[in-house]
Each structure stands twice: as structure tokens, then as C-alpha cells.
Design a protein around this ligand. Structure first.
Ligand code: NAD
Length: 439
């Protein structure tokens, strides 16, 4: 199959490289000329484990290439995937569909022969109808079917998720289009990946419902963590105790600083807006958004309280800035409101992240960036662990304590054991676990 992937970001590049790896002929297209030039030179513009080898192997095999001009890849394609961004629209939280609609019109002008245009971007229910209308209006003679194929990959595990997905959802009604998508995903049948065919609008809603449910699970355990702190219970054991129930499941039950990232915040906001537009209120998802927003700022107050109440003039070392480990993505990372809150309280902030510091500098220009976690901790009055990178999971506690001005650690990911921290003489706060005797 010949595939054109429009949008070569976290989703487009991973999907394009994986499709090429299945044996399809893929061209990844992006408007960003610098990104395409870098890819043509063999440089990967994002951090995603394993992606550099996968891209290089498929470029070498001549199954994958990159361009800024969609016309010939679209003209030759059996399927054109739209994988452009759908960020929150400034001001109202609706999904901004400008990029999707612009791509649809450009694709329409280049179509020749029967082609399936597939929306992989996360888009509100009914977007497929509008994409189809725009294509037919722009190019009335196009022989085209428009499908929805939402993507469920997670950054940091994107290749694995793409190649061994829990399910593939395809929203399409037409038989010819269904056959093309069936052929594209056939290599995954070896991995026993179930393909679910459904109506286009249903596929669009599945993606938002999945993300809203996961965001709800995280927010639920975060609120239980707050209660656990008040009543002297341990949220991790509560999570284990409920997660062992198959009806609940253990995933997404890790208490922390609140969800962030490129998808959950914008997708939950967009889902609430979709529901409002259709006179259906999603009160649970609305509550999730409110609780999560309050939580991020509350984390700064938690740090202040661990440091004795005031942060004015104090130095805070922040470990981990990206919204989760194994990505360089800073979009809506919980570290941003946390650090901003610390600065507002008069703290001096120094930070370290294994791969995200260049991206972080754009969001957080007024802090000091350090080359390793111990340099970051040097002279700090309190250290906050925000993102659970593997590099921070087994730190030398003696060395850490010796570097700090005050041995105070706030562990927002519950990476360390309170007993170990106390044994090393730290004042240690975590999330939803009983306070320890001070060391
Ligand atoms: P991204 O911002 O990393 O990439 C989007 C790319 O599209 C950019 O490189 C941009 O330059 C390019 N682009 C925009 N308009 C274009 C056009 N007309 N022609 C060619 N290129 C164009 O975004 P992303 O994180 O890859 O997300 C893409 C979509 O996938 C979003 O809808 C997102 O919600 C969804 N999604 C993302 C993830 C994730 O983990 N990032 C997971 C599942 C679904």
C-alpha cells in the first residue's frame, strides 16, 4: 500500500515509520521545512525511544521518505492519513480544527484515483463529515472515502503501542475503504490486534471517551490520595487493593501531581465543549478538569509546607520537567504550573530533566538549568521530584543529602520509600502516604 502521512509530529512520524516497517511505502509530509530537512539529514526532531533506529532502517530500505509538498505523495497514495495537531482553541477550549481543515483542502486538490482519507488526529464528533464536505467541495470529481482511525499510542512507548495495540478502531461505512484499511493493518493481525470497524462518528467519540475515562481514573486516585493523607492511610496500597479487582484494573491509579501532556487536558476540555454543543452535560468530566487544574497549583503549596511554610528566598531543586518520562514533550506538563507557583511564592528554582531542558526553556525561561540531578540539588532548601525518570529512581541518598542545604524532599511520584528517606535523615513528603517521623 502507498501511504501519505500529513503531519510528521509525535503521531505522524511514529505511525509513518511503523507503517513503513510493516512493508508499506510511506511518505511523511510536514509544513515545517526545518523538521523535514532534519529528517532528510537523518535527525529525529523528537525524543521517542527506538524511533531513530526505526526511521533509519526504513529510510535505508527506501520505504520511508519526507517532504514538505503533499501533491505527489497524495496523488500516488491508496490512503492519506491526517495526523496534524488539534490543540485547544485559545479562549474557549474547543479543539482547534484549523490544521485539519487546511490539510483536507490541500489533500483534496491533489487526489487522483480512489483514495481513502483517514483522520488520525483526535477530532470532535462530526469532523469527518466536515472533512468529507470540504474535499467534495474543493474537488467534486475526487473518488474518495473519508474514515476515522483515532490513535491511542502513548509517548515514551509509542512504537510498542503502535505495533502491539490493544485495539485498532476504524470508523468507515464504505466497503472499498474498509478493504484498504484492512490491508494496511493486516500485518498487525500477527500480533493479534483486534480491529474494530464502526461508524465514523462512533470512532471519533471512542477516542475522546477513552482519554476522558483515563483522566478520570487518575483524578479519582488523586482525590483519594488527598483523603488518605488526612486519615493516615496509604494511597498506594488503596490503589493496589482496588486495582486487583478486574473490574477496576491497576493501571492509571498512580497518585501524583495531576495529569498533563499533549492529550488529556486538551481532549477532556474539548469533550466537555462537544457535549455542551449537543446539550448533553458531562458533569463528571467537568469535575475532573476542575479538580486537576486546582491540584497542579496546590502542589506548589505542598512544597512550601514541606519547607516550613514559606519559600521566600529559598532554593527549590526540581527534578523532571517533561509531562512524563521518556519523552521531551512539555505540552501542559504539571511542572509548568508547579514551577510558576514556586516562583510566585518567592523561591529560586533550579531544575534538571534528562531530555526536556531545551523544550522547557521556552516555557520556563526564568529558572536555572543544571547538568545533573546532584548539581541541581546543590545548596537547595527543598527538592521536588516531579517526573519519575528512571535516572531519579535510585539516587545516592547520602550524596543528595550532602549536596542540599536542607534535607527536605517532596516526592510527587511516590518513587522513594518513606522509611529509607527517614533513615537517611530526610524530611520527606510524598503523595497520599502517611507522614513519616522526621529523621
Ligand atoms: P504534533 O504537534 O507533534 O505534530 C503535528 C504536525 O503537523 C506538526 O509537525 C505540524 O507542523 C504539522 N502540520 C500542521 N498542519 C499541517 C499541514 N497542513 N500539512 C502538513 N503538516 C502539517 O502533534 P501530535 O502530538 O503528533 O498530535 C497529532 C494528533 O494526534 C493530535 O490530534 C493529537 O491529539 C493526536 N494524538 C496525539 C498523541 C500523542 O501522544 N502525542 C496520541 C494520540 C493521538
Amino acid at each position: 500500500m502507498r501511504i501519505a502521512m500529513i503531519g510528521t509530529g509525535y503521531v505522524g512520524l511514529v505511525s509513518g515509520a511503523c507503517f513503513a516497517d510493516f512493508g508499506h511505502q510511506v511518505t511523511c509530509v510536514d509544513k515545517d521545512a526545518d523538521k523535514i530537512k532534519a529528517l532528510q539529514r537523518g535527525e529525529i526532531p523528537i525524543f521517542e525511544p527506538g524511533l531513530d533506529e526505526l526511521v533509519a532502517a526504513n529510510v535505508r530500505a527506501r520505504r520511508l521518505d519526507f517532504t514538505t509538498d503533499l501533491s505527489s505523495p497524495v496523488a500516488e497514495a491508496d490512503a492519506v492519513f491526517i495526523a496534524v495537531g488539534t490543540p485547544s482553541r485559545r479562549g474557549d477550549g474547543h479543539a482547534d480544527l484549523t490544521y485539519v481543515y487546511a490539510a483536507a483542502k490541500e489533500i483534496a486538490r491533489a487526489l487522483t484515483g480512489f483514495t481513502v482519507v483517514v483522520t488520525k488526529s483526535t477530532v470532535p464528533v462530526g469532523t469527518g463529515d466536515e472533512v468529507e464536505r470540504l474535499i467534495r467541495e474543493t474537488n467534486p470529481s475526487a473518488d474518495v472515502e473519508v474514515a476515522s482511525n483515532p490513535e491511542f499510542l502513548r509517548e515514551g512507548a509509542a512504537i510498542r503501542d503502535f505495533k502491539w495495540p490493544d485495539r485498532i478502531v476504524v470508523g468507515i461505512s464504505d466497503e472499498r475503504g474498509r478493504k484498504v484499511l484492512g490491508d494496511i493493518y493486516r500485518p498487525l493481525s500477527l500480533n493479534q490486534a483486534p480491529v474494530m470497524y464502526t461508524a465514523r462518528r462512533t470512532a471519533e467519540l471512542i477516542k475522546y471517551a477513552a482519554n476522558a475515562f483515563l483522566a478520570t481514573k487518575i483524578t479519582f486516585i488523586n482525590e483519594i490520595a488527598d483523603l488518605a493523607e488526612k486519615v493516615g492511610a496509604d494511597v498506594q496500597e488503596v490503589a493496589r487493593g482496588i486495582g486487583l479487582d478486574n473490574r477496576i484494573g491497576s493501571k492509571f491509579l498512580h497518585a501524583g501531581p495531576g495529569f498533563g501532556g499533549s492529550c488529556f487536558p486538551k481532549d477532556t476540555r474539548a469533550l466537555v465543549k462537544i457535549a455542551q454543543d449537543h446539550d448533553a452535560q458531562l458533569r463528571i468530566v467537568e469535575a475532573v478538569l476542575g479538580v486537576n487544574d486546582n491540584r497542579k497549583r496546590a502542589m506548589a503549596r505542598k512544597v512550601a509546607s514541606a519547607a516550613g511554610g514559606s519559600l521566600r528566598g529559598k532554593t527549590v531543586a526540581v527534578l523532571g520537567l517533561t509531562f512524563k518520562p521518556d519523552t521531551d514533550d512539555m505540552r501542559e506538563a504539571p511542572s509548568i504550573p508547579l514551577v510558576t507557583g514556586l516562583l510566585d511564592m518567592g523561591a529560586r528554582v533550579r531544575a534538571h530533566d534528562p531530555v526536556g531542558m531545551e523544550q522547557a526553556k521556552r516555557e520556563l525561561p526564568d529558572i536555572e538549568y543544571c547538568e545533573d540531578p546532584y548539581a541541581c540539588a546543590k545548596g537547595a532548601d527543598v527538592m521536588v521530584l516531579v517526573t519519575e525518570w528512571v535516572q531519579y529512581r535510585a539516587m545516592d541518598l547520602e550524596r543528595l543529602k550532602a549536596a542540599m542545604a536542607q534535607p527536605v524532599v517532596v516526592d510527587l511520584r511516590n518513587v522513594y520509600r518513606a522509611e529509607d528517606m527517614a533513615a537517611h535523615g530526610f524530611i520527606y513528603e510524598s503523595v497520599g502516604r502517611p507522614p513519616q517521623a522526621r529523621g
